[in-house]
Design a protein around this ligand. Sequence first.
Ligand code: GLY
Length: 572
Amino acid sequence: MNYFLNRNNKSFLLLILTSIFFISSSCVQGTLGQNVSDEYYNGMVVCAYPDAAQVGLNILKRGGNAVDAAVAVQFALEVTHPEAGNIGGGGFMVFRSAKGETNTLDFREKAPADASQNMYLDSAGNVVPGMSISTHISSGVPGSVDGMIEAHRKYGHLKWADLVQPAIDLARNGFKITNRLAGDLNHTGNEFKKLNPGASYLLKDGGWKEADLLVQEDLAKTLEQIRDKGRAGFYDGIVADQIVDEMKNGKGMITKTDLQNYHSVWRNALTGTYKGYKIITMPPPSSGGVALLQLLQMVEKYPLKRWGFNRDSTVQLMVEAERRVYADRSKYLGDPDFYKVPVDSLLRPGYNASRMSNFTWGKATPSTDIQPGKIAGYESDQTTHYSIVDREGNAVSITTTLNDSFGSKIFVKGAGFLLNDEMDDFSSKPGFPNMFGLVGGKANSIQPNKRMLSSMTPTIIEKDGKLFMIVGTPGGSTIITSVFQTILNVIEFNQSMQQAVSSKRLHHQWLPDEVDMEKDAIDSVSRVKLEQKGYRIVGRGPSGRVDAILKTKWNYYEGGADPRGDDTKLGW
Ligand code: GLY
């Protein structure tokens, strides 16, 4: 340095560096309205449970990349967030490398080979109530373990065993539960007892309370099999035998052959644009990506920014777009390996413009006037999402699910984990609503080895060719609309990531014809105006648990952890 700089130059350089420091830190603090200590430069994890977020952060700090951290978080959530974290379910991953390469992994559950179209109907052709929920026969073949193995094989950097070990430690040594988890376990205790006679898994005499230690020794042993044997540790050997025994005892369908035949699938990411931003999202068998891009196309030409967040015109437009998109979902979306899903036609801008042509500002369009377009529930919150970015800028957006809260609530005896009841995401009978109130038809009918349609919408957004946002949420049918609103909250309404996640949400899904709203989602004047136009507004509890990361103008990561749950953001 000395060689190049004389004394005056040195002072000048010092002045410049000091100014840059003060300008940049005051910009970060002043403009975003929050302390810079809440933003991070080297990476971030946002997920549903504090101990799992800590596991992910530790992996990032040890030099693991975003996929390494995701694998560790997935297994840690199985232990700490039994409502939805899972090895007995499935999910989707959207990946964007620091260089901009994109990919998606479909590790959604599949129908067992013995499944059939009318398996939930009685002899009169009626759906047997409850048969596709909380029964052994409601479980699809789990995909999560294979998904993690595939993701790690393709993109992982650290050793597999090192990514599974933190979950084993949490299961064996136990962890202190939050008040919310204690409440969820107590709330579901009677169902655990009924569905798993004689077993004590997740039960505690006198009930759970905050800070109790939850130890899961059977689960620790299962995770050790996965740590040591990889795929064979779950889809073959002891754990597979335990799953098959559980199925035999409870008249379930999953066989050893189903387990051995399960493979996750890499699929090209679905992409679209919104006002110059590039949206990278999940293709079918998720309906979420297609629906999200349709919604964004339908509202793009309108001045949402001028109307403002959750004002009557904004809400009316969103609701009318949602009504039309969910009608399309009911007819056209299903597993692309079994049904030709007309993705290109649904995403043609002219098509989506024409779908909005019968919308009038004067009154609500009744859902009875809307049918799926001609082209060439209610929620359980218990799916879970996590967003991760690493030091290099590789980004992962994963949504994973058991379907219902605690899945089927049936656990594999001796193996210490819960099974999904994902078969309910199929259409049991055309027009018959599933647990989320969603209807479907042929595209999503049950067939052997087919994947059931999902609403999970893990998404990554680019701006000017660079990473901008990582976003996703649980919430059944409301997943799509929660992701849609979170994106608009940032892009249109200039909300910070945390504000966008915390903001009150609303939802319409064509059928039933009602707008579901969180408390105080809109002001009373907007509400009256909408009701006068014929919108039926129905109150609902907390909607979704969005966990998201935004890359700020100053190249920091700002997390949004949903205050509706135990969701936690950690960075470094
Ligand atoms: N089980 C909820 C979903 O996949 O949409």
